[in-house]
Every structure is written in C-alpha cells, then in structure tokens.
Design a protein around this ligand. Structure first.
Ligand SMILES: [Mg+2]
Length: 359
C-alpha cells in the first residue's frame, strides 16, 4: 500500500499556571501532530516543541514519503534524514522526522491489523512509570498534592526539579528533596533533575548531599553538552548520573554512553520509534538501561518491546495533555502503563482536539 498523503498541525495547551525547572520557564506545551495516510488508513505521530516544526514537515519531509510503500519505514526514514542534510539533522528537524516516523510505525501496524507491541516484538505487558514534575514554581502544598497523586497510581519512583534559578537556591532544592523523601512513602526511589543548572563543582557538592539523602538518580547535574563533566560526576557520586533527553541520533547516544549510568531516550526527539530502538541497542552494547523521557502514551508501545528498559517518565504536563489530544490513552495503575493490544499504538486524534489548534 502506497503512502498517499501527510498532514500536520500544531496544538497548544496552556499550563494551569506558569511552570519552571532549573533553567527554563514556560506557560504552555505545544504538540505537533503528523498524520500519514495510506488510502483509508491513517497513522498518527507527534512531537513536543515549536509550531515551526509543522513547516519542516510540510516543506522537507512530505515529499520524501508520499508515494513510498507504507511498509518501507527504513527507506522513508533515510530519505527524510538525507533530505535535511543542509538544514542540520538534529533539533527541530529531528523532532519533525520523529513525528512522521511514529506515524509510519502506527500506520504499518494498522495496515497489518496488529498492535505495535506485537509488531515490534513485545517483552513485557506493563511498563513501569515514575512520577515526574515537582516544578520549582510549585508551593510545598502543590508538591504534596502531586506526590499524593503519584502514590495513588502506584509509582515506586518519583522525580522533582532542582537547580532552581541556575543553581541559585540550593537550600530550597535540598529542602524540597527532603519533602519528597518524607511524603513519597516507604520504599519509593527519589530522583532529581537539575536540567543542567549547576556548575561542575556545585553539582558535585549538591550530589554529595543528595547521596546522603538517599537520592538514586541525578539527571543533568550539569549541561548534557558537558560530556567530561558528566563523567567526572559519575565517578564521584553514588547516585546514578543520567541524561540523554536531547540526543538526536545514534552518534549522540554513543557519545553519552561512556559517562552515564542510564540513558534517557525521547522518541519525539531522537528519530521516532526507529531512533528509540537504535538508541536502546547502542545502550545495550554498553550494558546500560534506557529510560523513556516524557510522552508516556507515545512511549508505551516501544518500551514494551525494549529489553533494556528501566522505566517511562510520567511527566505531569504530558500526562495531563495526552488524554485531551488523543483517544485511547492508556491508564496508569500499580505503577505500570499497560501496552495496548489494539491496532497500531492504539491512539487516535480526539474529535475535540481542534479547540487546541494553533498556527
Ligand atoms: Mg530532564
């Protein structure tokens, strides 16, 4: 079956109030949704980022996939990537490719009347998720409410943001970690994400304090561009040092594997399900697990088919947004997101999605 068309649109979801991590503030999340058609059958994929991604799909990717066989995902992927050589193949370009790639996998599975976990080769039915949010803008009461919500759905690991104001408020960072420790409950693993907000020396000193608090995961203690810095911290700290959410391709994943304890992969940024599976294979060759960054409903099918998978990030903004944008979003219970058994990835654009559409 030939690919007959591609359409793309952006949907903007305001956050309930302004949010921030250590190094960025935002008041909305934009999802860019690509739909790939083969006759009457449609596959859906998406990425999170800028509405400008729609232009990349329209101008540089549609022409590379229309007319190809819907089963030839590798051919489509290579054609898209090669066509964007002069634009730079990472960042926005790879986010656009990621959205189309996910749509292609969804389409292929639907054309075969198979679920994506079955098509990819499932290794588990339920995928562990960890609660993620804990923005630096939240009050103690708001954080307590979020922690209680994660407990209600059975999360056995929880992560908050630290590195407030580019490392300008370490005392509050550590106080909030202590709050999470106290309110998360017995046996829950404590994780933090500094989003690259600390300098190397500061990250080391904070990391020693986090080790004393029993934190098991220190994400982007320094910028993930500071490969040497990540390696130094990994050698000094007991907690796992992690990063990878911006990795766009196999080269960037390979570059991180020598300095991290767990590789974060984001299928909406690293080349869709194709890129996720390739990244996980590289991590496996370094005896490393991978953790899916954000987009829990999108990651459920591919993580169900990834052997060296630790967990999926159940990120507050995306967990709130996905059920508004799509029908068929799996429910989390007992700390697990269940992989779908319905055709494709099991998600379809909601008939109500148009109210969020933006330019
Ligand atoms: Mg992060």
């Amino acid at each position: 079956m030939k690919i007959t068309g591609v359409d793309v649109a952006a949907y903007k979801f305001p956050t309930p109030e302004p949010e921030a991590d250590g190094t960025l503030q935002w008041d909305a999340t934009t999802a860019v949704v690509a739909r790939v058609h083969a006759g009457e059958v449609t596959g859906v994929g998406w990425t999170y980022g800028s509405p400008a991604t729609t232009g990349i799909v329209q101008h540089h990717l549609v022409g590379q996939v229309v007319g190809k066989d819907a089963g030839d995902i590798t051919a489509c992927y290579e054609a898209m990537r090669r066509n964007c050589r002069n634009l730079g193949s990472k960042g926005l370009v790879m986010q656009a490719i990621s959205a189309v790639d996910v749509a292609l996998w969804d389409l292929k599975a639907r054309l075969h009347s198979m679920s994506l976990p079955a098509l990819l080769g499932s290794v588990r039915e339920g995928v562990p998720v960890y609660g993620s949010g804990g923005f630096t803008t939240m009050t103690d009461d708001q954080l307590a409410e979020q922690i209680a919500g994660w407990r209600d759905i059975g999360c056995t690991a929880m992560k908050i943001k630290v590195g407030e104001s580019w490392g300008g408020n370490v005392a509050r960072d550590l106080a909030r970690v202590r709050q999470l420790r106290e309110q998360s409950g017995e046996g829950v693993e404590i994780m933090v994400d500094a989003n690259g907000g600390y300098s190397r020396g500061q990250a080391l000193r904070v990391g020693v304090a986090l080790d004393e608090l029993g934190v098991v995961w220190f994400e982007e203690p320094v910028s993930s561009d500071d490969i040497d810095g990540l390696g130094v911290l990994r050698g000094e700290l007991r907690c796992d040092v992690t990063a990878g959410e911006y990795a766009a391709d196999v080269y960037e994943v390979e570059g991180l594997c020598g300095v991290l304890d767990c590789i974060q992969l984001d299928a909406t940024r690293c080349g869709g399900y194709t890129g996720f599976l390739r990244g996980a294979a590289i991590a496996a060759a370094h005896n490393l697990e991978v953790s899916a960054h954000c987009a829990p409903a999108l990651h459920a099918p591919v993580t169900a088919a990834t052997a060296n998978l630790r967990h999926i990030e159940f990120f507050a903004d995306h967990a709130r947004l996905e059920p508004q944008l799509f029908d068929g979003v799996p429910v989390v219970s007992d700390g697990l997101i269940r992989a779908n058994t319905t055709p494709g990835h099991g998600l379809a654009l909601s008939p109500d999605a148009d109210r969020w559409k933006t330019e």
